[in-house]
Design a protein around this ligand. Structure first.
Ligand code: SF4
Length: 239
């Protein structure tokens, strides 16, 4: 069954990734009428309602409003760096943290200077700070990038802790590794946003692997690559 003709089916998981470009009815607020069977509106309206209730929280509402205003005011005009500055200003923030990869310290310096030029106070912490050996988290020598010598672990929990202690209200992630960024987000007290997502192969432009998934980067597919379209979301009745 195609992704476009199964509105009557029951799905257990939302599957927006498979929504045809000719549908995407949420843009017009018409999901009830036109959303496919795997549309979140059809699969889990209770979840949507529950999440909406959280916007009653004044902080959540303020952040959501600032985000929407930056989205609209800077639409196709502001770079992400500019958007981050404007977002922080709208929230009245004065202290910004930079959680940077050690390989990005040069650009962290540029970013720090830009933020300061807008009047923010900035704290920055590199991933390898502290110089803690990977052995301390039970990584063996053969598991290092270059076995045979000292290799400092990336320390995102400590990056978060130091930026928390510095009183950073908004943190900017600059090239942290996959997983290290996850730990940083989990442990940061302030809001966090990503400026650069690390991809050592694609010059930190990870979407390149998706755009070229059917040509130069076809290796990204697993062994069950579908002939044409990926599988639709899981089906069945939600209990
Ligand atoms: S919310 Fe519904 S209409 Fe919007 S992209 Fe997802 S499946 Fe499509």
């Amino acid at each position: 069954m195609s992704a476009t003709s199964d509105a009557a089916k029951k799905y257990t998981d939302p599957g927006c990734a498979y929504c045809p470009s000719t549908v995407r009815a949420c843009r017009q607020g018409e999901t009830e009428a036109r959303g496919p069977g795997y549309c979140p509106t059809k699969v889990d309206q209770d979840g949507i309602d529950s999440a909406y209730d959280m916007y009653a929280d004044p902080f959540v509402r303020e952040v959501a409003q600032a985000s929407a205003r930056v989205e609209a005011e800077g639409y196709c005009k502001w770079t992400r760096v500019e958007e981050i500055c404007e977002f922080a200003k709208k929230l009245g923030y004065t202290k910004i943290g930079i959680a940077t990869c050690i390989s990005f310290v040069n650009v962290a310096k540029t970013l720090s200077g830009i933020l300061e030029s807008h009047g923010f106070t900035v704290a920055s912490v590199a991933c390898k700070h502290g110089g803690v050996a990977k052995e301390e988290i039970d990584i063996s020598d053969v598991e290092k990038i270059h076995p045979g010598g000292h290799e400092s672990m990336c320390n995102p929990v400590s990056q978060a802790e130091l930026l928390n202690r510095a009183g950073c209200e908004l943190n900017i992630v600059l090239g942290l590794c996959v997983g290290h960024d996850s730990l940083f987000f989990k442990h940061a007290d302030g809001l966090s946003t990503t400026l650069v997502a690390k991809d050592r192969v694609l010059a930190h432009n990870p979407i390149g692997a998706l755009h070229l998934a059917d040509s130069y980067y076809s290796r990204v597919w697993g062994p069950e690559k579908p002939a044409k379209e990926p599988k639709l979301p899981a089906q069945g009745r939600r209990s």
